[in-house]
Design a protein around this ligand. Structure first.
Ligand code: 5GP
Ligand code: MN
Length: 336
């Protein structure tokens, strides 16, 4: 962020600030938002956090989660708060179409200054202030950087550190992806100020209910297809599965990653039938870009090795479409 000094000047006077993150917020979305919420509160601003939709239970214990406004539940309140804002922070997303109706309200709010902090490819928000670093592990890592640029690292206490650590743990799959020496330096600092990484791992990853493991078993036994020729694995769920297993938001988190445990699988797809769309969650190993597959064929985006998109076709039609486009990526698979 080259114009950080300008932002420092703006933030030197108490402001009305709204922090937003993407639909179906994950650990990084909520961790980065609540970390920024705590930081800006310490600086004397009036701060509200708004998400388009509800957050999953495994992050409900995070300090400040109870203050979040959910646009799906309180649309008028959320819109009113956005309309009053002097500054709007966009965290962990880079296109207003990732936040549905909330995006329309922000798009129509011409008086607020936008600040985007994100690590996804191809930013598409006209923000006056942008910290867009696609090599960063998580938006939480970038919120740490932002606080450092503001010369306020001393403000990071244990609670704020727990918020940051949550997004780092979830977006790196507990340090399996997108790690770097500087990420480990950030993490070392967080541990030094008292963040308990074991406790967080337990709260985030060992909080499942019996139905989650039953669902996982069903996915692996009955819903998994391996396409050897294209080193691709697919797991799909239809509407009936959603009813049978009482699947709620967040319950399918992480299932796609099981496909990558297979040595010969380089592309993993988790495809689910939602009320109005079919949603795709894509993962890959090495140089294969699922971001490109998501963007070119499923109106989506994300990162090279983790992306998502959607389709208005049927579940079967979407699975077939994915299978049809795999030959295009065959050459890249052969290189691996
Ligand atoms: P997940 O598969 O965990 O839902 O998402 C993986 C990554 O892809 C996330 O970084 C998420 O932001 C991105 N992503 C998921 N769905 C979409 C989508 O529909 N559009 C875009 N642009 N990105 C998506
Ligand atoms: Mn993220």
């Amino acid at each position: 962020m080259e114009n950080i000094d300008q932002l420092k000047t703006l933030l030197a006077i108490p402001k009305d600030i709204v922090i937003t993150s993407h639909r179906n917020p994950d650990g990084d979305a909520i961790g980065s938002s609540l970390a920024m919420y705590r930081y800006l509160n310490t600086q004397g601003h009036t701060v509200r956090v708004i998400f388009p939709s509800e957050y999953p239970d495994f992050v409900a214990w995070l300090p400040g989660a109870e203050d979040i406004i959910i646009h799906d539940i309180e649309p008028e309140k959320a819109d009113e708060v956005v309309q009053r804002a002097d500054l709007i922070f966009c965290l962990d997303y880079n296109s207003l179409d990732r936040i549905d109706k909330l995006g329309e309200t922000i798009g129509a709010q011409n008086d607020a200054t936008l600040v985007m902090i994100d690590h996804h490819l191809y930013p598409d928000i006209q923000a006056e202030f942008q910290l867009s670093v696609t090599s960063a592990s998580s938006t939480c890592e970038l919120v740490y950087d932002f606080i450092k640029m503001m010369d306020d690292l001393k403000v990071i206490d244990k609670d704020l550190g727990e918020c940051l650590m949550t997004g780092i743990l979830t977006d790196t799959g507990s340090f399996k992806y997108s790690t770097s020496p500087r990420l480990f330096r950030v993490v070392a600092h967080l541990l030094e100020i008292g963040v308990d990484d074991y406790k967080l791992q337990d709260l985030i990853f060992n909080s499942q209910q019996e139905k989650h493991l039953r669902l996982l078993g069903h996915c692996l036994k009955n819903r998994m297809e391996i396409i050897e020729e294209y080193q691709t694995g697919i797991i799909w769920l239809n509407r009936r599965d959603y009813e049978q297993f009482d699947i709620q938001r967040g319950d399918t988190e992480g299932i796609v990653n099981y496909l990558l445990k297979l040595k010969n699988v380089k592309i993993a797809a988790f495809i689910t039938e939602q009320p109005t769309i079919v949603k795709l969650s894509l993962r890959s190993k090495g140089d294969i870009s699922v971001q490109k597959i998501a963007q070119d064929h499923f109106k989506g985006g994300g990162h090279k090795n983790a992306a998502g998109g959607s389709s208005y076709g049927t579940l079967r039609g979407t699975i077939n479409r994915l299978k049809q486009i795999l030959p295009q990526y065959h050459q890249e698979l052969l290189k691996q």
